[in-house]
Write a protein that binds this ligand. Structure first.
Ligand SMILES: Nc1ncnc2c1ncn2[C@@H]1O[C@H](COP(=O)(O)OP(=O)(O)OP(=O)(O)O)[C@@H](O)[C@H]1O
Ligand SMILES: [Mg+2]
Length: 458
């Protein structure tokens, strides 16, 4: 920036001199040099404050008189002008006293070629050239012009407390003058560097933060994905095992019957019963998985119509009568009389209740009590299935409704399942405009509640 400013000033000085010489050429067109015309030219040319004109013979044509000291200096100067310079014409800068003077051959006068020695005016130069050129060039830094003895010729703003940054020289037109850049107080280069360092550090920290966040998010995503993959493979193994058990029983009892190895009619009937119940269980497991896959594929449809809940609840429990009795469960069913009708898909609600009863049985230990109640509370009907089994820790309450999720192996040791039962319950209940909640404590038992909205009376 400093170099550019110096170049601009230099160019402006040369242009100003060019214009001044052209003006002077016009002023000397008369047959004799008219001082008033040169005076007029001088008034229009503030960058020079003195002018001397000589003819080739060395006669002073302007001004009329000079002091003795001046005459000596001028004579010395003219002595340096080679004859070739007269012939070629042109311009040269020379030092004259403390100033710079422009020596130029001016053509066009009837008196022949004239030699002009024009001494610069520091003030005129500053006002006419430097100020005009440098205005608007500065940003935060201050531009100043210094002379050979570091005197400030021009500065856009006061320089006190500013810090010097750098200096560049002008060209031949302004020998010994220099252009300097200053940084105002508070914007010293060191401060600027410090500020930039702080800024870069902040941006870097921000960037690192964003990268860390991205890494964290991808890590979580990858972990979720791999957990999902593990759950899915567990699911396949669990489903296969779940299906194998009833199939093995059916086959075993079927073969025994086929080989006629049954001692009496009562036992035979019992075996038929086992086959029938295991087939039912098999159907339930298969229905569960098929419905779940339909839900996953977005193909599950419910046929929801108004109906009474009471028979639905009883039928759902009835389906478990034998396994409940066989495993020594005491079941207490209590359906409030005059329950209002609700909008329901009978089969789907039965399936949801079956899953809850299945869980209540599966996750019970020594205390084998299951309670089933249905009652109206405000604008909804609540169906509760409670057990006194192993219970569920509070932190798992939300996760057990996720597909494939099963609580750690040690808690559910020996209890097989595919982990889709509660996900199915949740989907079914939500399709009815209701919700399912759980209340459970480890070691005390669990209570699952299905809330179904009571439709407004038409
Ligand atoms: N009544 C309950 N008591 C204790 N834990 C339960 C109970 N019901 C569900 N859970 C826990 O919630 C998990 C999810 O239950 P969900 O019914 O979805 O799957 P599952 O019973 O393991 O398999 P599925 O029902 O598909 O055969 C179970 O694995 C079990 O850990
Ligand atoms: Mg289950």
């Amino acid at each position: 920036m400093a170099n550019m400013a110096a170049e601009k000033v230099e160019m402006a000085v040369l242009k100003g001199e060019e214009a001044a010489c052209a003006g002077l050429q016009l002023a000397i067109l008369d047959p004799h040099v008219a001082p008033e015309r040169i005076e007029a030219w001088k008034r229009q040319t503030p960058i020079f404050d003195r002018a001397y004109l000589f003819d080739r013979s060395g006669k002073l044509l302007y001004p009329a008189q000079v002091s003795e000291a001046e005459a000596t200096t001028l004579a010395a100067l003219r002595g340096e002008i080679a004859p070739g310079f007269w012939d070629r014409g042109g311009r040269r800068h020379v030092r004259l006293e403390e100033q710079v003077a422009l020596v130029s051959v001016i053509q066009g006068s009837p008196l022949g070629r004239l030699l002009a020695i024009l001494v610069r005016s520091e003030q005129g130069l500053r006002r006419d050239i430097i100020e005009k050129t440098l205005v608007g060039l500065e940003g935060q830094s201050v531009v100043a012009v210094l002379d050979g003895s570091d005197r400030v010729i021009y500065a856009a703003r006061p320089l006190e407390r500013s810090q010097h940054v750098l200096t560049v020289a002008f060209g031949e037109a302004l020998p010994s003058w220099r252009l300097a850049l200053y940084a105002p107080a508070g914007v010293s280069p060191r401060d600027a560097v410090r500020r930039q360092t702080v800024l870069f550090t902040a941006v870097l920290i921000l960037l690192l933060g964003v990268i860390a966040l991205g890494l964290g998010a991808s890590y979580r995503l990858v972990r979720r994905e791999s957990e999902m993959a593990r759950l899915k493979s567990d699911f396949v193994a669990n489903v296969s095992h779940d299906l194998k058990t009833p199939v093995a029983l059916i086959r075993m009892f079927g073969e025994t019957l086929e080989m006629n190895r049954v001692p009496n009619e009562a036992t035979r009937r019992e075996y038929y019963g086992v086959i029938a119940r295991e087939s039912e269980r098999l159907t339930r497991r298969i229905d569960n998985v098929l419905d779940f896959s339909r839900i996953e594929g977005g193909r599950q449809r419910y046929e929801i119509a108004r109906g009474h809940l009471e028979p639905v609840v009883h039928e759902a429990i009835e389906a478990f009568r034998y396994p409940l009795a066989q495993q020594g469960f005491k079941v207490h069913v209590e359906v409030e009389p005059d329950l209002p009708e609700v909008a329901l898909d009978t089969e789907a609600i039965k399936q949801a209740l079956a899953n809850l009863v299945d869980n209540a049985m599966k996750y019970s230990d020594a205390r084998r009590h299951i309670g089933v109640t249905a009652r109206r509370v405000g604008g909804e009907v609540k169906i509760e299935i409670s057990d006194e089994g192993i219970g569920i820790a509070a932190r798992e309450h939300a996760r057990i409704f996720e597909k494939f999720y099963r609580i750690g192996r040690s808690e559910t040791q020996g209890r097989r399942g595919s982990g889709v039962g509660l996900a199915l319950v949740k989907h079914i209940v939500e399709a009815h405009g209701g919700r399912v909640t759980v209340d459970s404590r480890p070691g005390e038992g669990s209570r699952f509640t299905i809330h179904l909205p009571v439709p407004a009376v038409p």
